[in-house]
Design a protein around this ligand. Structure first.
Ligand code: KGT
Length: 285
């Protein structure tokens, strides 16, 4: 059975640093025999504010980070799913993009995050992703990989069941949610949402996550807890999260694995058919 790997990291505003973290995760996944490695949202960098997010952004063709990942994918013959930023055509904002890089190191699929995280939580995070990010306008048809048919979504997209159901309807067996969840929302919702998406789409959910503080001032920190959930809703791979006694994110630089059993996907779908009553609720059909 093919094995999927998830890698946990803590991106800063240094692409060089982030590439070196990613390279070590790639080497670990390759030597463990994984058929694909899934890395978090915004693996290329996490900047302290919107202006820095925009100014750090490079087209993939000249991004030190993306070029470096492509080279490693080719070297290890390992397909890699990785979240990065790309400039918009007018250069005023960025796209929150998820790349599928194949075993030759070529970018063969790209998805642009649909839903942007604009929140103001009392005594919690205030984040306005739309200040720097342009929202996507479409989902990609699921595509075949060595681990199964993959449908791409990103982070905050997790809160919306509709695109995952659409991907399932179009044949996905695996749905990805590379993320940089905040700590309070992660504590409250992360595992529940991932398991819900897996159960209701009867698919594997693969969610690699950022972990720990992204800058020295600790103005941005992520929840961690990268996870793979099977189509029955069972957590089959998991890394730790939040911070250790030295204020470092947990399990940074670690990978976790799960076998991806597409027969289990078919079995769960056969045993518990989810026949939608779209005659009754066509607006969600
Ligand atoms: O800023 C970047 O460069 C990378 N992007 C992110 O970290 C994004 C937008 S701020 N984070 C989320 O969507 C968290 C969602 C979340 O935490 C929730 O839904 O509860």
């Amino acid at each position: 059975m093919p094995v999927a790997a998830i890698g946990q990291l803590c991106s800063t505003s240094s692409m060089t640093h982030n590439l070196s973290q990613a390279r070590s995760l790639i080497a670990k996944a390759a030597s463990a025999g994984a058929s694909a490695l899934f890395l978090p949202e915004a693996s290329d960098y996490i900047a302290p504010n919107a202006a820095a997010t925009i100014s750090l952004c490079k087209p993939v063709e000249s991004s030190e980070f993306v070029l470096g990942i492509q080279k490693e994918a080719q070297k290890h013959k390992l397909p890699i799913n990785v979240g990065v930023h790309e400039p918009t055509s007018d250069g005023k904002k960025v796209k929150n993009t998820l790349l599928w890089i194949d075993a030759h190191g070529s970018i063969i699929h790209r998805y642009q995050k649909l839903h942007l995280f604009d929140v103001e939580i009392k005594d919690g995070p205030i984040l306005k992703e739309s200040n720097s990010v342009e929202k996507g306008t479409s989902i990609l048809d699921p595509f075949s990989t060595g681990v199964g048919k993959v449908g791409l979504l990103i982070c905050f997209d997790l809160r919306f069941p509709e695109p995952s159901l659409a991907l399932r309807h179009r044949g996905a067996q695996i749905i990805t949610y590379p993320s940089a969840f905040t700590v309070p929302t992660g504590k409250a919702h992360w595992e529940t949402l991932l398991r819900a998406r897996a159960i209701e789409t009867q698919s594997y959910v693969i969610a690699a996550a950022q972990s720990g503080p992204h800058n020295e001032e600790k103005t941005r920190r992520s929840y961690g807890h990268s996870m793979i959930v099977d189509p029955w809703g069972k957590v089959v791979a998991e890394l730790g999260g939040e911070e250790d006694e030295n204020g470092r994110g947990l399990d940074i630089g670690e990978i976790a694995f799960a076998e991806i059993d597409v027969d289990l996907v078919e079995k769960v779908r056969r045993e518990v058919p989810l026949l939608r009553r779209t005659d009754v609720y066509p607006d969600i059909g």
